[in-house]
Design a binder for this molecule. Structure first.
Ligand SMILES: [Zn+2]
Ligand SMILES: [Zn+2]
Length: 300
């Protein structure tokens, strides 16, 4: 299960309603930010999420609308005397931008809280038992961009009618079977295969920040329960989208439709359009689309 809190859903320029990009993802008691645009710390407070147990930031890329909130957040964590190490994951060039930004304020190699910089390379970089995170390269102008795949494994649950039929009592023996180990009852060996149902409950969440194309990204997105992706422009401004390295709502929706995505959530929305226009354009191609607003909360 993943819980998403959209902290900022604007494109490069914020609006009265939309802050710069940031998304809080919670899974198995862990809390991670994807991007940290200017003002993210106040959005964390306004959303009710706060700063507790926040110790990981995944960066899609190093453009200022996605990283400028980091120094302010770190200052506040310092004042709160947080001693947790903050891990920042991003492409090597993205991390370099953050390191130089912090050095400009606090001096070479320094930051107000303990920070660990972890450069991304395509593949799995978080294996947390209850969930995993993989990353993949994304093309967006001259940046070192990455998208993220969050997955929680499908589980097989014990079937109570089979347990009863085989005489497996409540208690530790059922626990053994649930863990995939055989048990012996009255000289009879019962193997997990006899009492476990089909796999269920696995979830796949894909988050892609700014991107100039969806070419080559399908393999990472296929069968996602939810795809969060930018839709900065409308189709009528497709040539501007090309010039600035962004997608249109049409392209985002066609990408979701082509890859068996279950739900599409559009972010990085430009203030030049009405939400209804963006939604109408995307929903014509992919009906199960929503536009995220700041402070939207979605559980998958
Ligand atoms: Zn952006
Ligand atoms: Zn960008």
């Amino acid at each position: 299960m993943f819980t998403l809190t959209f902290l900022g859903t604007s494109a490069s320029v914020p609006s009265a309603e939309r802050n710069h990009p940031a998304l809080l993802v919670e899974a198995a008691g862990q809390r991670m930010l994807v991007d940290c645009g200017e003002g993210t710390q106040r959005q964390l407070l306004r959303s009710g999420a706060g700063f507790r147990r926040l110790d990981r930031i995944l960066l899609t890329h190093g453009h200022l609308d996605h990283v400028l909130g980091i120094p302010g957040l770190f200052s506040t964590l310092r004042l709160r005397q947080s001693s947790d190490v903050m891990a920042i994951h991003g492409g090597a060039e993205t991390l370099d931008i953050v390191i130089r930004m912090l050095a400009g304020i606090w001096g070479e190699g320094r930051a107000p809280i303990p920070v660990e910089f972890a450069a991304l390379a395509e593949g799995r970089f978080i294996e947390a038992g209850e969930f995993t995170i993989d990353c993949f390269p994304v093309r967006h102008r001259d940046t070192d961009s990455f998208g993220f795949v969050f997955q929680s494994p499908a589980r097989r649950h014990l079937l109570s009618d089979r347990l009863a039929a085989l005489g497996v009592p409540d208690g530790p023996l059922r626990g053994e079977l649930a863990q995939g180990r055989p048990v012996v009852i009255a000289d009879q060996t019962i193997v997990p295969e006899h009492v476990l149902g089909p796999p269920s409950g696995g979830k796949k969440l894909v988050v892609i920040g700014d991107t100039e194309t969806t070419d080559g990204l399908s393999k990472n997105v296929t069968d996602a329960d939810m795809l969060v992706i930018e839709a900065t422009f409308l189709d009528r401004d497709a040539s501007t989208a090309r010039d600035y390295g962004h997608l249109t709502a049409t392209e985002a929706a066609a990408f979701a439709a082509a890859n068996n995505v279950k739900q599409l959530v559009l972010v990085h929305v430009s203030g030049r359009y009405e939400d209804e226009e963006i939604l109408a354009e995307a929903a014509r191609i992919f009906p199960n689309t929503r536009i995220a607003a700041d402070f939207d909360h979605i559980v998958i």
